[in-house]
Design a protein around this ligand. Structure first.
Ligand SMILES: [Fe+2]
Length: 455
């Protein structure tokens, strides 16, 4: 008897204790969904696919063949035990051998060669899926390698979505608008999170990556956190109050960056001579929606806003406690709303909508403590560097997380509207340079709780 998972378009990562049969079905659906997205994001003229739309990004055709190359490496060669399909191209698609800016110069597969290659790899990967017991050695246990490759393709789909945002020209992507709240939410609302220990990270989540492990107890003093991510409207008040010109609000590094880049507002914002603010989104210029979370801000901008607003960014532990801690049971949840797979009612994920949703649009996705929109919409900068948890063990390769520990990075949490449900959970950790803002990054504020304070 198979416990069949609920294979909706929003099917998430494998659940603890799933049978190999259910896991196999889930993996096949998720691999198919990732490929649909990759195909949609590369449905462009060859000229657009091989072009460099920004020095920050790879040509889209590189992402596509790289997706196949990683899938071949792990699922076809390692799990499947097959001979390499095209060993001569391995080096071209090794992300550590070539910077993003230099990939356009490489003798890459053409778009049609890349499509053929990823198709051939997929056939062999599905064969490996049917042969693998999905048990036994750690790489195959609970379908880990398959989950890793599903997440890898989805992560590149989000990267390719960011490339689409950077490309010039008219719109090529389309999606319906996200839901609106039943009644307008108060963007300044806050939640008091009680002090005390909670379980951070996971040892049980089958597809959790090495950096999310192991589960460990962290004692977090009481703090206050925003109910919603900071909106465009709140951020605009900072811009109009001269926040970008007030040296006192910025750290030394942040100010040097602000001056060097001549920053005056979030990326993709512009202002008319009559004072109206606009934003460009996937080739469409539209009036700035005040009730949506701000997106395309760097860590430095988030921190300057926080100082101006009299708050700070949450630490990574605070963010995770606000997302997972259930004060009634004392346990930590898989997702803010509980352990159920992410549904369309819970969070703005999976490129269903090509923009963040207005704050208050996902009441069913709130955490036990009443914090909203923690997953989906925008990645949230945290005031934490990129470090391993106590007891960290590298798996299955050091270049996934380990080589980045201690570098010039800040943590981002929660995923964005461009993140697939299979590639996010409340324990998921992301990191990037504090100057990056082509990613779908926003933030929310926290502040210390006064002893004995109630909201
Ligand atoms: Fe990659």
């Amino acid at each position: 008897m198979t416990a069949s998972p609920n294979l909706q378009p929003s099917t998430g990562p494998a659940a603890p204790g799933e049978s190999p049969e259910a896991m196999r079905e889930r993996v096949a659906v998720l691999l198919g969904r990732s490929r649909e997205r990759s195909t949609r994001l590369t449905a462009l003229d060859d000229g657009e696919l091989v072009a460099q739309h920004s020095p920050l990004m790879s040509p889209l055709v590189w992402d596509l063949a790289h997706i196949g190359s990683q899938e071949e490496l792990w699922l076809v060669r390692d799990v499947g035990g097959r001979e390499p399909l095209r060993p001569e191209i391995d080096g071209l698609y090794d992300a550590f051998q070539h910077t993003r800016a230099s990939r356009v110069e490489l003798p890459l597969l053409t778009p049609s060669e890349a499509r053929t290659y990823v198709g051939e790899v997929r056939d062999k990967a599905l064969d490996a899926l049917h042969r693998s017991p999905l048990r036994g050695r750690p790489l195959e246990h609970e379908g880990f390698a398959f989950g890793m490759i599903v997440q890898h393709e989805q992560q590149h789909d989000e990267t390719m979505l960011a490339t689409h945002q950077l490309r010039a020209g008219g719109p090529v992507l389309d999606a319906p608008a996200p839901p609106r709240p039943a009644t307008p939410a108060d963007p300044g609302a806050e939640v008091l999170v009680p002090g005390g220990p909670f379980e951070m990270g996971t040892s049980a989540e089958p597809w959790a990556l090495d950096n999310e492990r192991p589960a460990h107890t962290v004692d977090v003093p009481a703090f206050v956190i925003d109910t919603y991510p900071v909106t465009n409207g709140r951020y605009l008040a900072f811009v109009e109050a001269g926040g970008y010109d007030d040296r006192r609000l910025w750290t030394d590094t942040g100010w040097a960056y602000r001056v060097a880049e001549d920053l005056t507002a979030p990326r993709f914002w512009s202002r008319d001579t009559d004072g109206t603010w606009w934003r460009r989104r996937f080739g469409v210029v539209e009036k700035l929606p005040h009730d949506e979370p701000v997106v395309h801000v760097s860590f430095h901008e988030a921190r300057a806003f926080a100082r101006w607003a009299g708050g700070r960014l949450p630490t990574e532990a605070e963010w995770e406690k606000a997302a997972r801690f259930d004060p009634v049971t004392g346990r930590s949840r898989r997702f803010p709303w509980g352990d159920a797979e992410p549904g369309a009612e819970h969070a703005n994920l999976g490129q269903r909508h090509l923009r963040p949703a207005p704050v208050g649009a996902y009441p069913a996705g709130a955490s036990a403590l009443g914090v909203h929109q923690l997953l989906g919409d925008v990645w949230e900068w945290c005031d934490s560097g990129w470090h391993p948890y106590p007891g960290f063990r590298m798996f299955p390769y050091p270049e996934y997380s380990e080589v980045f520990f201690g570098g010039d990075y800040a943590v981002l949490r929660g995923g964005s509207f461009g993140t697939d449900p299979a590639a996010i959970r409340a324990t998921f950790r992301n990191w990037d340079h504090p100057v990056r803002r082509q990613i779908f990054s926003g933030f929310r504020l926290a502040r210390d709780a006064r002893p004995g304070a109630e909201l």
